[in-house]
Design a protein around this ligand. Structure first.
Ligand code: ZN
Length: 224
């Protein structure tokens, strides 16, 4: 049996490349300073980070414009409603949007970044999100890509995988929901599995069976 001595350090290389030293355990920092293989992976992360930052700087004005437009529309609709119904506004105000349902909805869209490399995908998400997204490389799951959305100003970084002919989304949420044991929830009428450990919330959704979603969530929980 071959033991991959570098595997336990690999998830932290993206954070190390971004200079987020507080996220990186001391044994990893020590290992990387002595290990040529990890150092060359680290340099690849740094290069990728520079390219992604340059690309996201170029795309930023468009992203901001579309985000603020989306935000303005409901406000305009609310103003129109206020004029029409006057005193009845409170009663007709829409309920607080369900963050889990919103996350499942955006997760179902096509990836905006396509890759089959779990490390590159996690790094792309981390740069886009501004929060560390762990590397999830699971046996049987083939990474397809990722997307970043901000429904109702809540960050949702979604990594999409193929599981045989089915699709599984692992979404990393900025909302604090769920507990340390994976739990099946109803997200907008569809089953999804929620888990929260060490301040990180993950929501597993897709068209796989509930048992498969639960299994993936257990694997995800084990890397948190
Ligand atoms: Zn190493």
């Amino acid at each position: 049996m071959t033991v991959d001595l570098h595997a336990e350090h690999r998830p932290y290389l993206a954070a190390l490349a971004d200079g987020e030293l507080e996220l990186v355990p001391a044994p990893t920092r020590d290992h990387v300073s002595d290990c040529d293989q990890c150092r060359s992976e680290l340099e690849a992360h740094q290069l990728l980070g520079q390219r992604l930052r340059a690309a996201s700087r170029a795309a930023e004005p468009v992203a901001l414009a579309s985000r603020s437009r989306r935000f303005l529309l409901p406000l305009a609709a609310a103003a129109a409603l206020a004029i029409v119904v006057g005193g009845a506004v409170l009663a007709t105000r829409p309920a607080t949007p369900d963050p889990l349902a919103s996350a499942v909805l955006v997760a179902n869209q096509s990836p905006e970044y396509t890759s089959t490399n779990a490390v590159d995908i996690a790094h792309w998400c981390t740069v886009k999100y501004g929060n560390r997204v762990p590397v999830v490389a699971l046996p049987g799951l083939t990474p397809k890509g990722a997307r970043m959305d901000w429904p109702h100003a809540q960050g949702v970084a979604t990594v999409t995988y193929a599981l045989d002919t089915e699709t599984v989304h692992v979404s990393w949420l900025s909302v604090a929901e769920g507990g340390s044991q994976p739990q099946v929830v109803n997200a907008g009428g569809k089953p999804a599995v929620l888990v929260r450990r060490h301040g990180i919330t993950a929501l597993v959704s897709g068209d796989a069976t509930q048992a498969e979603l639960l299994h993936v969530a257990q694997e995800v929980a084990s890397v948190l």
